[in-house]
Ligand binder design. Structure first.
Ligand code: GLA
Length: 384
């Protein structure tokens, strides 16, 4: 969290002090890849890094945004619609503003907002959800709107789905809202049920950002979303009682393999398998069996590579290198995929010297520098 910087930028740009500060963390997807919008199970961890915003009311009906001391962007409160181009980052707070207004929050005047981030850019740690949640907490405080953590998570998701246009599930916003230091957040997305379990002692997270992304990440994500729903529609012909892919058993899925065809079969197999792997990780955590947790994490990556095809050769390389390290329990791509980062769950002996070996191998293979950082499970969104 960077309160000093956000206050400095606020003062510099708008003069005077803000009325309210809020922080929301980014997240690591621990396990349960693309299960959220299939009403399945997912586990994530809020990280210590995130987005801090400072807000204060204006006298007119405009919203002014300034990010990390850059050029300020002004938008009218009375005609809220998404913008494209360089200022498209303002769609996150503007989208949240629109959702809050629709939910009944009264805004007689607009606001100023300064923003700072401690999240690595492009690592797939969901700076967008962190931005949405920090905005929702800060605006609710100054305009007097009340809801609970699940309510804030839904506001962020709605902004993302309807204003930004990403058909994401509740994972990112849910983890950013419910995160707790040294805890894992579990979400049952069939009923938006959130619960926490303690991180096993001595386990650590290391993130290896491949610094390589598909140019069409958003449309690739939307393609997978569509393919999952196409697979479901075919399965429902044989099993009308099934409401979503996460309710399908592997036996049911296999019985419809030829109807589905190879591609949709593999997409559905990934979702069915991921739900099983979340359950396996839950039992392994209860038994404090970190080797079994790691095995499921690595199996998840393999299913991403083969079935869901949301990995890249850079992510595959990092995952395999990590999986071969003695102090690594398991490693997998984290988040939507098609680029971004690999997450490794390690013991406490894994250190910078081990990370450097992987970094050197990655650089030699692809000529790209990976960015690496070591993080812990941090607290969820909050006003400061
Ligand atoms: C992105 C989305 C999430 C989730 C993951 C994949 O992070 O925003 O809702 O679907 O991808 O599990």
């Amino acid at each position: 969290m960077s309160t000093e910087a956000v206050l400095k930028y606020y003062k510099q740009t708008f003069g005077g002090d803000p009325e309210q500060l809020a922080f929301a963390p980014g997240r690591i997807e621990f396990i349960g890849n693309h299960t959220d919008y299939n009403a399945g199970l997912v586990m994530g961890v809020a990280v210590a890094e995130g987005i801090t915003v400072a807000v204060g009311r204006r006298k007119d009906r405009f919203m002014h945004f300034v990010s990390d001391g850059g050029e300020a962007v002004a938008l009218p409160l009375d005609s809220l619609s998404p913008v494209s181009g360089l200022a498209s980052w303002t769609n996150y707070p503007a989208g949240v503003t629109k959702v809050l207004l629709e939910a009944g929050m009264e805004m007689p005047v607009g606001y100023n907002m300064s923003i700072t981030s401690t999240l690595p850019a492009g690592a797939g740690m969901s700076s967008s959800a962190a931005f949405e949640l920090a905005t929702a907490y800060a605006l609710s405080a100054i305009y007097g709107y009340e809801t609970d953590k699940a309510g804030f998570a839904r506001i962020g998701k709605k902004a993302e789905n309807e204003f930004v246009g990403m058909p994401c599930g509740i994972l990112d916003q849910g983890v950013s809202a419910f995160g707790q230091a040294d805890h894992i957040v579990r979400i049952d997305c069939s009923s938006d049920l959130f619960s926490l379990s303690a991180m096993p002692a001595g386990a650590h997270f290391w993130i290896f950002n491949s610094n390589k992304k598909h140019s069409l990440v958003d449309s690739a994500y939307a393609d997978r979303h569509r393919e999952c729903h196409e697979a479901l529609a075919i399965l429902q012909k044989a099993y009308p009682e099934v409401k979503n892919l996460s309710e399908v058993s592997e036996a049911q899925l296999r019985s419809q393999e030829s109807e589905l065809g190879d591609l949709l079969f593999r997409r559905a197999l990934h979702i069915v398998g991921e739900n099983d792997r979340v359950r396996a990780v839950e039992s392994a955590l209860l038994a404090n069996n970190l080797d079994a947790v790691g095995k499921a994490l690595s199996a998840s990556h393999e299913s991403s590579r083969v079935n869901f095809e949301n990995s890249t050769k850079e992510l595959d390389f990092l995952a395999v290198q990590l999986q071969q390290q003695a102090h690594v329990y398991g490693a997998r791509l984290t988040g939507g995929g098609f680029g971004g980062a690999v997450m490794a769950l390690t013991d406490d002996k894994f250190g910078a010297e081990h990370a450097a070996v992987i970094e050197a191998a990655y650089q030699a293979e692809f000529g790209i520098e990976a960015s690496i950082f070591h993080t812990r499970a941090g607290d969820g969104a909050q006003t400061l």
